[in-house]
Write a protein that binds this ligand. Structure first.
Ligand code: PMP
Length: 360
């Protein structure tokens, strides 16, 4: 039993069952047992993305999964539109630029979510855009983007691929890859999937898969053609992170047995309860469109960030995320994603209340 509670917006708490499974003896990745494990995992991954399309598993964190999407779908000088409303979405402006793409940066204030009109205006202005990148939950500000409506607008008005960073949303917020017409969605192991960091997952539509053949950016380890070929014979081209996959098998079973819709509902109920508790303490939530997986809270001006985090961790065992970017010293961020219950929300509110009183 850890002597702290991990309420960071990633990594998130790993359930005991999952930890135990990862501690088992490793298995051989070219044997039958692995094939059965991989097949079961792949089926359950399709369930959490709500897709009948392939979901590729990469040995990397979420950022590697995102890089893999750029290098496998596009060619130098291709134009993409990237919605930029926080630290992670800013990375999806910087990274494709570094890779040689032309990026139209739809820059918004932190805490704001893009509107259909803003995206549509850029699509009309840049009809050559090959994709629109959206971050479902911007973890630096706790802001949710209405991916479903935006995907519809993008599909109805262009041939651009709809690409989603679902790192802090998949397995926590409602998401339906097939029904919503999403082309690419990336997530990582250390959030809604309740695992340690180390794996990225990429769901790909038929349209996205067709782009592999025209993409000329260099790739090798993350070459989706190779990875998809192996996937089709229940294999991985390289040595997989076997122990993490064993843990994933366990966490996906847990998700399956609770049921995705119940999990989405649990996250909503807990987020509502957390937000109302925070507001009752007189604190302000940054986001205008708050996410049910992470909440960014403005610290009262008289309290220093370092002092707050040290106190709440040392006295109450609660570890929160720190502010990022220009909000580094002004915010604290609470992860309520994955392995969380009402008792966690109560513990969080009580710890914040006492800490604020004690630091007066
Ligand atoms: N996108 C979002 C929305 C994230 O929250 C994170 C991680 N916090 C990332 C991307 C980057 O993922 P990783 O740290 O796993 O590379």
């Amino acid at each position: 039993m850890a002597d702290y509670y991990l309420y960071t917006p990633g990594p998130t708490s790993v359930p005991e069952k999952v930890r135990k499974r990862m501690a088992e003896q490793v298995i051989y990745h070219r044997g039958d047992e692995f094939k059965k494990l991989f097949t079961r995992i792949n089926k359950n991954l399709q369930y959490i993305f709500q897709t009948s399309q392939p979901v590729l598993t990469l040995v990397s964190s979420g950022t590697g999964g995102m890089e893999a999407t750029f290098v496998n779908l596009f060619s130098p000088d291709d134009t993409i539109i990237s919605v930029n409303n926080g630290k992670f979405s800013a990375r999806w402006v910087e990274m494709p630029r570094a890779l040689g793409l032309k990026v139209i940066d739809l820059r918004l204030d932190w805490g704001e979510a893009p509107t259909a009109a803003q995206v549509l205006r850029l699509l009309r202005k840049h009809p050559q855009a090959k994709a629109v990148y959206l971050v479902h939950c911007e973890t630096s500000t706790g802001t949710v983007t209405d991916v479903r409506s935006l995907a519809k607008v993008i599909r109805n008005n262009s041939s651009a691929l709809v690409c989603v960073d679902g790192v802090s949303s998949i397995g926590a917020l409602e998401f339906r890859f097939d029904d919503w017409g999403i082309d690419v969605c990336v997530t990582a192991s250390q959030k809604g999937l309740m695992l340690p960091p180390g794996l990225a997952f990429v769901a790909l539509s038929r349209r996205a898969i067709r782009k592999f053949s025209s993409s000329s950016l260099p790739k090798y380890y993350f070459d989706f053609k190779k990875i998809l070929n192996s996937y089709r014979s229940e294999q991985t081209p390289w040595t997989p992170a076997i122990s993490l996959l064993m843990g994933l098998d366990e966490s996906l079973k847990m998700i399956h047995s609770e049921g995705l819709e119940k999990i989405w509902k649990r996250h909503k109920i807990l987020a509502d309860s957390l937000r109302s508790g925070i507001k009752k303490l007189g604190l302000e939530i940054l986001s205008k469109n708050p996410s049910n997986s992470v909440t960014a809270v403005l610290l009262p001006r008289h309290i220093k960030s370092l002092e707050f985090h040290n106190h709440i961790q040392n006295k109450y065992g609660c570890i929160f995320g720190k502010g990022q970017g220009h909000y580094a010293s002004e915010l604290f961020r609470i992860g309520h994603i994955g392995n969380v219950q009402e008792s966690d929300v109560q513990r969080i509110i009580t710890a914040i209340k006492k800490t604020l009183n004690e630091l007066k």
